[in-house]
Design a protein around this ligand. Sequence first.
Ligand code: PMP
Length: 375
Amino acid sequence: MAFGWIDEQAELRRRAGLVRTLRPRPADSPLLDLASNDYLGLAHHPEVTEGAAAAARTWGGGSTGSRLVTGTTELHTELERELADFCGFEAALVFSSGYAANLAAVTTLGPHGSLIVSDALNHASLIDGCRLARGTTQVVGHAAPDAVRKALGTHEGPAVVVCDTVFSVDGDAAPLAALAEACRERGAGLLVDDAHGLGVLGDGGRGAPQAAGLAGADDVVVTVTLSKSLGSQGGAVLGPARVVDHLVNAARTFIFDTGLAPAAAGAALAALRLLRREPERAERARAVAAELHARLTAAGLEAVRPDAAVVSVRAPSPEGAVRWAAACRAAGLAVGCFRPPSVPDGVSRLRLTARADLSGAEIERAVQVIGETRP
Ligand code: PMP
């Protein structure tokens, strides 16, 4: 049978306790949410949902074509201008997802003959970008500027260092200033994925590159997602106009993809304007993460000190992590569960996300449930 071999893989997964299933979320979920990436609690904000609805009314349910044909509306251009301005970069280009933005950035900045230096714990979309790029990829140890320096060595020709700003599994931040210094010593570019930094780190949520003094640098390119702190969907690449023009002409996930849905662009733009007006939301997300960490640690749980909004709690085993997350859910708390093969180091975790709109009582309840359901 043509696809019969899939059954063997399914059986292996089942035996290893690693089967993944989809669980539709009802609109009126009673669960306390520490699993979503809605860091600032904006996905349901009336200004954000109205931004989506108004954009759909004006521009339609879809963008109707690729960005280079009919898929660029004035709304897309406005969003790009405001994103670039907010984060302090010359230009921005919006994509239909952060995943597509990362594929675009890595493949176009790592051409044939180039060297791509990639952190060992980078997000899957950066890894896939490296796989698709024509340049040669060298994976280096996690958050290690000296290893980056060594990898860049005496390479002749274009070189780019690729790194998450905040790592999605443990929530730790990359040493951006030191990485930028290593890049500058060797004339390499720095490409960072600020999916978990935008809206949380930097002044009023302007992101990790701004916090590290790298906003607007002509040798730094940043990718972001609109799907986490901005409560929408989509992605963007920010950087020098020269880079953005190059992407428009060369990035396959830009050229051959339908433009971002107007509703997503409208929601993201509304969220961005809200964040400008209410910069304290970013600080609050960080404070919630710190409080979660402090309470988890006080309860005797092994949690990684968060650098942004992601709080990672060690689980004893992959099965233990699955049982723990299920027990939390049964007790009314939604948490993320990371286990192999999503985690390259084989360490399973509960992954909690701090949200700016969590109350002190909700944080207390979450930690209590996590403590009581510990396997
Ligand atoms: N980069 C990182 C670090 C992420 O965590 C994610 C989302 N899981 C992405 C990129 C992809 O972004 P999007 O969901 O917008 O495709």
